[in-house]
Design a protein around this ligand. Structure first.
Ligand code: UGA
Length: 424
């Protein structure tokens, strides 16, 4: 099939590269010339394991441009542009609207399918995207073209694997023709298809992310109580997760969830509930617990180090999770901010995310190795579970005080130092 992917961000590029690998022809449309050049040279514009290889293997079937004219020749158009947060937590639909207008202007003579992959609040595909396409094209949805909503469930770092071997593929459409086309497109991926309405598909995405975020905050709250009672919360959650109704993943207590999705999506659901006169009590609590975790790290640090003024504190881990350079909503951001507010000196280390964090905190010290960050430190906060941190020797610090936010330091490395886990 001929496929246009609007928006060459992380979702768009992964989607395009994976669909190219099953024999489809992909045209990426983006406004960023640098991304266009990279994609035309089969170079990944973002780091994602296996992506570069996929782009290279399928380079003959992949091109990129800033010109929407390619839409006219395509069978399917995927809208994969960003939906950032607004001040009130709701989402900003301006990129989606712009993309819909541009796509609408170029819809061709034959029937085509426009698929929304961006995470959008329920109702957006049918009430906003479809009318914009109709207005811009002068055509009628349901006969000249159709729309569908097809959410992504890709984790950064293993997005290619998540695309190739999904737990399920959700297709939201009211059109039989759209359903058949998407069934064919996804046939090579051995996964159950769940076909439903567009607004249900939109809600599935939010409800999935919000439940995963809820599991994490739940694990963190139980973890805090376990710590008070001297109980190992990881053992508790291991046994809890053996119940197949609960499942074991996303129950790892720690410094909380970050990234470009969970905080944004939970806030968007809270805002959507507010607009509908339906207060989202549980999800508010999920965010409250998450916001508290970085402060708990600092309280534990102060318990051992005392007043932080002029203290030298090492922060290990800046990315929101290991395997990425992404620092969006990273838990290390509020931690560093508070350390600076309390006049501590911060030495930070991350194997991938230093350059990104430099843009947020230009004036702290970034080191080339974790050992350098620990040198002369009066305390250390472990914020990301990079496996390399498990190998470190903390005994050479000025004061070997380690607050672990990710349960990454193994038992044998905890002897001879003052060690505290955030929830253990
Ligand atoms: C998340 C979802 O897992 C994907 O399914 C979804 O498609 C994606 O958002 C999205 O909406 O695009 P991602 O943001 O890449 O993926 O990150 P996760 O691996 O889910 O981790 C999110 C955060 O939760 C990280 O900060 C991680 O450290 C934290 N976490 C995760 C915990 O604190 N405990 C856990 O047990 C699991």
């Amino acid at each position: 099939m001929q496929i246009c992917v609007i928006g060459a961000g992380y979702v768009g590029v992964v989607t395009g590269a994976c669909l190219a690998s099953t024999g489809n022809h992909i045209t990426f449309i983006d406004i960023d010339q640098d991304k266009i050049d990279r994609l035309n040279n089969a170079t990944a514009p973002i780091y994602e394991e296996g992506l570069q290889e996929l782009l290279q293997e399928n380079r003959k079937r992949i091109s990129a441009t800033d010109d929407y004219d390619a839409v006219a020749d395509s069978d399917v158009v995927f809208i994969c542009v960003g939906t950032p947060s607004r001040e009130n937590g709701g989402i900003d639909l301006s990129y989606v609207k712009k993309a819909a207008e541009q796509v609408g202007k170029r819809l061709g003579e034959r029937w085509q399918l426009v698929v929304v992959k961006s995470t959008v609040i329920p109702g957006t595909t049918m009430n906003i995207v479809k009318p914009l396409l109709e207005q811009a094209s002068g055509k009628t949805a349901g006969s000249d073209f159709d729309v569908a909503m097809n959410p992504e469930f890709l984790r950064e770092g293993i997005a290619i694997q998540d695309f190739m071997q999904p737990d399920r593929i959700v297709i939201g459409t009211t059109s039989q023709q759209a359903r058949e086309l998407l069934e064919k497109l996804y046939e090579p991926f051995d996964a159950p298809l769940y076909v439903t309405s567009p607004s249900t598909a939109e809600m599935v995405k939010y409800a999935s992310n919000a439940l995963l975020a809820t599991k994490i905050s739940y694990a963190n709250e139980i973890g805090s109580l376990c710590k008070q009672h001297g109980i190992d919360t990881y053992q508790v959650m291991e046994a809890v997760g053996m119940d197949h109704r609960i499942a074991s993943s996303f129950l790892r207590a720690g410094a909380g969830f970050g990234g470009s999705c969970f905080p944004k999506d939970v806030r968007a659901l809270i805002a959507t509930g507010g607009d509908a006169g339906q207060p989202m009590h549980l999800l508010r609590a999920v965010m409250q617990v998450n916001d508290m975790q970085p402060h708990r790290m600092l309280e534990l640090l102060k318990k051992h180090v005392g007043d932080l003024k002029d203290k030298h504190i090492a922060v290990l881990g800046l990315a929101f999770k290991p395997g990425t350079d992404d620092i969006r909503e990273s838990r290390s951001i509020p931690v560093i901010r508070t350390l600076l507010d309390q006049n501590a000196h911060v030495s930070a280390y991350d194997p991938m995310a230093t350059d990104n964090m430099r843009e947020v905190f230009p004036d702290i010290c970034y080191t080339d190795s974790p050992e350098e960050a620990l040198d002369d430190a009066d305390g250390c906060l472990v914020m990301t579970d990079w496996p390399m941190f498990a190998e470190l020797d903390f005994t050479g610090m000025a004061q070997p005080i380690v607050i672990d936010g990710r349960r990454v330091i193994p038992e044998e490395k905890r002897t001879d130092i003052t060690y505290e886990g955030i929830c253990w």
